[in-house]
Write a protein that binds this ligand. Structure first.
Ligand code: C2O
Ligand code: CU
Length: 435
C-alpha cells in the first residue's frame, strides 16, 4: 500500500441510524445511495446501501427476541441478505441458490428469525457479495444481553476499506482476476465508522464492538486511550476476558472490548501498516467521570451452545489450494478446497443432527484466509489441544493449519467459505449438510 494513496481523514465519526425493533416488521430497502466516504469537501460516492445509507441501520433486539424484516430489493439486480453469525433457521440464512431464491430486482423477501445468541453480528448481501458488499450493502446487527454489562457507552465500530478512484467513485473491476488470485480487492482508503456519535469522558467505561466489514482486507488494530479487555469474539463471550493487544480481524470477524477511558486524548483506532500507523477513526474525550469506581472487567454471560462429543468426533480435512504462486493449477477456478473449485452437487460432508466434527483446515497456499461457516459457531483448537474461543470465522495464515471442532446441530445446507469475498468469488467455497 502506498501511504500517499491511503488518505487520512479526520471526519472519521459518522452517523448511521438505529432501528429498534417494534412489533411490526421492519422494512429494509436495498437501494442506490450516495455516501461521504472521502473527507468533507471531497465528492460523495455513489454506492449501494440500506434505507438510504451505508452502513445500513443498526438492527437491534434483546436475546431471544424475533427479528421481522421485510427486505425490498431496489438495486436493479438480484440480491439477498445474510445474517452473519446468527444461528438461525436455514431458510432464513439468505444464500441464493441454497437456502432461498435470489430476490430479483424490485422483489421482496420476508426474513423472520429468533436471535438465539447475544452479541455483535452483522448483515450483508450474499449475492455477488464481492461486488455488493464492496459497494456498501451491509450493516450491524446487535443482540443485547438480558443482563448487559455495566458500561457508560456501547459503541459499534465498523472497519472498512474502499478502492476509490480520483473522482470519488468506487473503482470498478470487482472481478479483477489479479486481485482474486492474490489478497482480493484491497482498498486505498480505510475508516472506522463509529456509532453512535458521542463524547466520552475520561474514567468512563466503554464497550467497543469492532466489526471488519471489508471484503478482503485483514485489519490488525491498535487502540489508544483505553485500557481493558477483549470479552467476546465473533459474538461469543470468552470464558475469561483476555488482554487487549494484538488484535487482528479477518474479514467478517468481530471483537468486543470492555475498557476504561484512560486519558483525555481521543480513543483512537489505529491500523499499523508497513508505512506507519494509519488512523482509522477517533472518539473524542471531553471531561472526567469522577463517579465511576474502577472494577474488574468480568466475563459476559455465556450463550448456550451444545458441548462437543470429542470421543466420537468425525475427523475431516479441508485443504485450501490455489491462488497466485501456487504449486497446483485449479482447472476452472482460481481457488479450491480439496481440489474442488466452487460448489458441487454433493456436500463436503453430511452430518446427522448433533454430530461433532473435528475439521483440520490446512492452508496450502501463499495467502492467509478467513474461513466462515454458516449457521454454527465452532471452537478453535489451541496448540496445546484444548478448545479455545468459539468463532464463526477463523483466520488461517499462509502455510498454517488450524483444527476446529463443531457440533453440527442446526439442520439444513450451510455454506463454508473463505470470507475474503474475492476468494469466495473465485471458487473457495463448499457446503455442509446437516440432516
Ligand atoms: Cu458473511 Cu457466507 O457470509
Ligand atoms: Cu481466502
Amino acid at each position: 500500500m502506498n501511504r500517499r494513496d491511503f488518505l487520512i481523514t479526520t471526519s472519521a465519526v459518522t452517523l448511521f441510524p438505529c432501528f429498534a425493533l417494534a412489533s411490526a416488521p421492519m422494512e429494509l430497502v436495498a437501494e442506490q445511495v450516495s455516501a461521504q466516504i472521502l473527507p468533507e469537501g471531497e465528492p460523495a460516492t455513489p454506492m449501494l446501501g440500506f434505507n438510504g445509507g451505508t452502513p445500513g441501520p443498526v438492527l437491534r433486539a434483546l436475546q431471544g427476541e424475533v427479528f421481522d424484516i421485510r427486505f425490498q430489493n431496489q438495486i436493479g439486480e438480484g440480491s439477498a441478505v445474510h445474517w452473519h453469525g446468527l444461528r438461525i433457521d436455514n431458510a432464513m440464512d439468505g444464500v441464493p441458490g441454497m437456502t432461498q431464491e435470489v430476490v430479483e430486482a424490485d422483489g421482496e423477501f420476508e426474513y423472520s428469525f429468533r436471535a438465539p445468541d447475544a452479541g455483535t453480528f452483522w448483515y450483508h448481501s450474499h449475492n455477488r457479495s464481492w461486488e455488493q458488499v464492496a459497494k456498501g450493502l451491509y450493516g450491524p446487527l446487535i443482540v443485547d444481553e438480558l443482563t448487559p454489562p455495566d458500561v457508560d457507552h456501547d459503541l459499534i465500530v465498523m472497519i472498512d476499506d474502499w478502492r476509490m478512484s480520483e473522482n470519488g467513485t468506487l473503482a470498478d473491476g470487482f472481478e479483477n482476476m489479479h486481485d482474486q488470485a492474490h489478497q482480493g480487492r484491497l482498498g486505498n482508503f480505510a475508516r472506522a465508522l463509529v456509532e453512535p456519535i458521542t463524547q466520552v469522558r475520561r474514567g468512563d467505561r466503554v464497550r467497543l464492538r469492532l466489526i471488519n466489514v471489508a471484503t478482503d482486507r485483514i485489519f490488525p488494530v491498535e487502540l489508544d486511550g483505553v485500557e481493558g479487555s477483549v470479552v467476546a469474539l465473533d459474538g461469543m463471550p470468552l470464558t475469561q476476558p483476555q488482554e487487549l493487544s494484538g488484535l487482528l480481524l479477518a474479514p467478517a470477524q468481530r471483537v468486543d472490548i470492555i475498557a476504561d477511558v484512560s486519558s483525555t486524548s481521543p480513543i483512537s483506532f489505529i491500523f499499523p501498516t508497513r508505512d506507519g500507523p494509519y488512523l482509522l477513526g477517533e472518539v473524542p474525550v471531553v471531561g472526567v467521570n469522577a463517579i465511576r469506581q474502577p472494577t474488574e472487567i468480568s466475563a459476559l454471560p455465556p450463550n448456550e451452545i451444545t458441548q462437543p462429543d470429542m470421543d466420537n468426533a468425525v475427523p475431516l480435512t479441508l485443504t485450501m489450494e490455489g491462488g497466485a504462486m501456487s504449486r497446483r493449477m485449479m482447472g476452472d477456478g482460481i481457488w479450491a478446497f480439496n481440489g474442488q473449485s466452487g460448489l458441487t452437487d454433493t456436500p463436503f460432508h453430511s452430518f446427522e443432527r448433533g454430530q461433532t466434527a473435528r475439521i483440520r483446515l490446512v492452508n496450502d497456499t501463499r495467502f492467509p484466509h478467513g474461513i466462515h461457516l454458516h449457521g454454527h459457531h465452532f471452537s478453535e483448537v489451541e496448540t496445546d489441544g484444548t478448545l479455545g474461543a468459539l468463532r464463526d470465522t477463523t483466520f488461517v495464515d499462509a502455510g498454517e493449519t488450524r483444527d476446529i471442532v463443531c457440533v453440527f446441530d442446526n439442520p439444513g445446507n450451510w455454506l463454508l467459505h473463505c470470507h475474503m469475498l474475492g476468494h469466495q468469488a473465485a471458487g473457495m467455497k463448499t457446503w455442509i449438510e446437516v440432516a
